[in-house]
Design a protein around this ligand. Sequence first.
Ligand code: MN
Ligand code: MN
Length: 473
Amino acid sequence: MPLAAHKESMQDLTYTPKSAWKRFAAEADQKEIFKFVERYREFLSACKTERETIAYVERRLREAGYGEDPSSGFYLANLRGKSLFAARRGTLPLREGLSLIAAHADSPRLDCKQRPLIEQAGLAQAKTHYYGGIRKYQWLSRPLAIHGVIVRDNGECVEICLGEKPEDPVFCVADLLPHLAQKQVEQTVREAFDGEKLNIVVGHKLPSDEECETLETKEEKKEENPIKKAVLELLHEHLDICEEDLITAELEVVPAGSARYVGFDRGLLGAYGHDDRICVFTALEALLSSEHLGRSKAIMFWDKEEIGSDGATGASSRFLGYCVETITKAWDPTISASQVLLQSQALSADVTAALDPDYQDLHEKQNAAQLGYGPCFSKFTGSRGKYGASDADAEYFGLMRGLLNRANIPWQVAELGKVDSGGGGTVALFLAQWGMQVIDLGPALLAMHSPFELASCADIYATWLAYSAFLNR
Ligand code: MN
Ligand code: MN
């Protein structure tokens, strides 16, 4: 090889991730990015629980012709309003397997306890039990909303969503003032923030004597918990429920307010619940905009990922297998569902940690994800010596990398933090249990699991393109 040519080829040998902002620098692309992100922003502002998310997804799918009859080629199954599978029949026979994108619709939060209401120091409070991995102090002294359901003993279900409209009241956990925190600031974070102190303020007004007439007997109201009783009166008046009904409720306490653009240039979207509704929304949009050609395509959204994926609506249940059985009977009855599952190829669609500008030392930079460089492949998750990982095979990773390269979609690859500095898991291993090929692919976030997570607008758009390319093979 002549020297000059050799030098030229040398320049192309190194790998550098490509910026999604540079790839989508054209004015038309920029417009598309913000058109797409604005729709995502509205979805995220309205859907803050797994139930609200699954209801939204089901509504969008039904509008597009999906239903419970698989013979239509547009199948959907909703398990208890918390988990959903949808599939679109392709032109290739089902025995070639599904192209499946799986994500989770639950996010870390505070759940009200089954007997939440207490009264102390002139305040009515609701006791909570946190759900998923939170840093407790991030939930203090900020406006919170209550979303959920209350089930009466006759089975009737009352929905509640309070704290989102400008005229609604909000709720909050009052933090300790710095003046009295001298002992606390010397404790470890674990010691300083007690789970039993995550009590949200839900009432303060002492009822007037007149109002008290409506409460049982005059004696009772004066001595015991008059504020809590007044709160129960309000709940009874507006929702027709009593304290016992709260025992059979699922009341989720989440940050109040809408998703907001962040930065002078609005390049980021800040919100509660990007993890993992960013992947739910982009996967749903990818399925809805997918073509009829090629492999059959599916999406699977689970609940319970943030607490280990157990439970009937979590990824460790057999629901996915039952759904694949249903479509196999309808679309390719001479084969078994297990053959379809074995031949399937999946993306475990979940977020990863972006390189934190202020804690860069916790990442190994060459193998860290950076905001704005497209969705991120994680060959494996887990912790320490890759424990708990479904390590994707090189062959499948190569196939997926080639797919995105040929579609000119920016992507990157990362591990979650330095070796031995922590770790995390996704639903990849639950997909792998069926024998299918699977790899993690999703956007990176800053401040993951916080009440205000940050995502790059370019990454949100690029993730949708990547999932679309995957489903349209
Ligand atoms: Mn997640
Ligand atoms: Mn998570």
